[in-house]
Design a protein. Structure first.
Length: 135
């Protein structure tokens, strides 16, 4: 049976570090149970990196959206093997945003957004998202 890891908080450096530690210390397949309003782009990007690393080791990383997956948390399903959600679950997807102090910050953020969009487009039918944008 897969180990459950709860992501029931906003994504900041401390929650990302705790998540990564729990993910990498666990053995076997994992189910990440998500109820998060999102958070810091760079902390979330680190979590995605850890998920990818564990998948490359042959581990199955599945997600269960228990409530909301918003902002950075809404990007996690694009990097999981399988995602399930309850009929009450909610997603809120948007471009990643962060403070920009210099051009290199903008370039880094643009690259993250490009990678996030590419990963999402491989997992979801984006034409369905376009239909929903006016709702």
């Amino acid at each position: 049976m897969a180990k459950d890891i709860l992501l029931y908080d906003y994504i900041y450096n401390d929650t990302a570090a705790a998540f990564i530690n729990e993910l990498t210390a666990s053995k076997g397949d994992v189910r990440i149970k998500v109820n998060s309003g999102g958070g810091n782009v760079y902390a979330g990007w680190g979590m995605i990196g850890a998920i990818q690393e564990e998948r490359q080791k042959g581990r199955k990383i599945n997600l269960q959206i228990d409530g909301i997956a918003a902002s950075m948390a809404a990007n996690l399903p694009a990097f999981a093997d399988k995602t399930t959600a309850w009929n009450i679950s909610k997603f809120m997807i948007h471009r990643a945003e962060s403070s920009i102090y210099q051009q290199s910050d903008q370039e880094r953020l643009d690259n993250i957004n490009k990678d996030l969009r590419s990963a999402l487009e491989k997992k979801i039918n984006t034409s369905q998202l376009m239909r929903l944008k006016n709702v």
